[in-house]
Design a protein around this ligand. Structure first.
Ligand SMILES: Cc1ncc(COP(=O)(O)O)c(C=O)c1O
Length: 415
């Protein structure tokens, strides 16, 4: 196992040996996987934890009285406790397993927003937000007759807080929702002033941490937010599992989101009552093995150390910004390396991002091309799409060199 002590500088080359995906060639070339913001690769520790659980402890949870059922339940609830620790949440009951961050954010929009928003109220999001934290709020605001306000970006493509006073004068702000790390530009937001402002308005603050959880140390109590959503697949865990953390008093006061088995206290023809949190929000059979995988991913990240991961990504972002600037006709988007996680968006003059990404694949380089589920941001940048290279704890500088060599070759094709 290549995982190291948490305070050490991260050794990406050693960590790579934990990831079986890198044991292959792509088009005869070493794989430069620069699409981790889209979804991360999985270490053996996570894969093994899931296989072992299937092989030794699998049964349905919370409803079996035999030994396997008890083991299975302990696995699921153990994973919940790990996620609680990862987020520094006060209680594991406040951690709800969902399919992904999108489902967590929809849960809050439908359940909290559906009951608490009305005419004269406002929801505030930002131009930097992913559709997962933009569209549910836009939709529920419109459905409830509330206003939908979007904080614009400034010249440096960072969220401009200068219009907050005007919004406070005009509207009864009930929800502020924003990401902590942008998936398109990698920007690490300074959410403190926005969270304080939201609470001064009597609003709740919903944090989309899908892109933050893999890269920066999270602490829901220090952030002071009211809800926070993460996705397992972006942080070395499996797909099909995410978590929503919410303040207990808010979760207890909310209506359920999905209805059915497991989430009830009692059911009769006349009336159904809801179970306690987190079960009230976990209708149906849980993503049991996925939760165990997420728990193993949390263990893995904590052993590597989130501070070491963040420092590694700042280094890679600085290196990438420097190397990419050598490519003729390139436009780089986003803040300086010290204010971004390992994400770099760019365009090559006159070459469509999809062509760039497709040609790079022939060089063994995997990057994303598109609007990155951020069409309002793309509009603000004056483009329809960008290329995006994104890095993680297993990324080494040679992969960035491979990208830059590939981009020179792409330019030759279009010369
Ligand atoms: C910032 C951000 N928010 C939300 C999401 C949605 O994550 P998921 O598709 O896992 O629900 C993503 C995924 O790219 C993201 O980057």
């Amino acid at each position: 196992m290549a995982v190291q002590a948490s305070s050490a500088k991260l050794d990406a080359r050693a960590l790579r040996s934990d990831f079986p995906i890198f044991e292959q060639l792509i088009h005869g070339k070493p794989l430069a996987y620069l699409d981790s913001a889209n979804s991360s690769q999985k270490p053996r520790q996570v894969l093994d934890a899931m296989t072992t659980y299937y092989e030794t402890s699998y049964a349905n949870v919370h409803r079996a009285v035999y030994v396997l059922g008890e083991r299975a339940t302990a696995g699921l609830e153990g994973a919940r406790e790990k996620v609680r620790g990862f987020l520094n949440a006060p209680s594991a009951d406040e951690v709800i397993f969902v399919r992904n961050a999108t489902e967590g954010l929809n849960l809050v929009a439908y359940s909290w927003g559906g009951s608490n928003l009305g005419r004269g109220d406002a929801v505030v999001v930002t131009e930097l937000d992913h559709h997962s934290n933009f569209v549910p709020w836009q939709y529920i605001a419109r459905r409830r007759g509330a206003e939908f306000r979007v904080l614009p970006l400034d010249e440096d493509a960072e969220v401009d807080y200068s219009g907050l006073d005007e919004i406070a004068r005009d509207c009864n702000v009930k929800v502020v929702a924003a990401n902590l790390v942008s998936n398109s530009l990698g920007t690490i937001a300074d959410l403190g002033p926005l969270v304080r402002w939201a609470h001064e308005q009597g609003a709740i603050f919903v944090c989309d941490a899908a892109q933050a959880a893999p890269h920066v140390q999270l602490d829901v109590q220090a952030l002071g937010v009211d809800f926070l959503a993460i996705s397992g697949h972006k942080m070395c865990g499996p797909s099909g599992i995410g978590a929503l953390w919410g303040r207990g008093e808010l979760l207890r006061s909310m209506e359920p989101f999905l209805l059915g088995g497991h989430m009830i206290s009692s059911v009769s023809i006349e009336k159904t009552t809801w179970g306690e949190i987190p079960h009230k929000f976990e209708a149906g059979t849980s993503p049991i093995v996925e939760a165990v995988g997420l728990g193993a991913a949390v263990d893995y990240l904590q052993r590597v150390g989130l501070d070491a991961i963040e420092a590694h990504e700042h280094e890679l972002a600085a290196y990438a910004l420097g190397r990419l600037a050598e490519v003729p006709g390139i436009t780089l988007y986003g803040p300086p390396a010290e204010r971004r996680a390992g994400v770099v968006s760019f365009n090559l003059d006159g070459i469509h991002p999809h062509d760039v990404a497709q040609l790079l694949d022939g060089h063994g380089v995997a990057i994303r091309a598109g609007h990155h589920c951020c069409q309002p941001l793309m509009r603000r940048l004056g483009v329809t799409a960008t290329n995006r290279a994104s890095f993680y704890l297993y990324t080494v500088p040679e992969e960035i060199d491979q990208l830059v060599d590939g981009l020179h070759a792409v330019r030759e094709v279009f010369a």
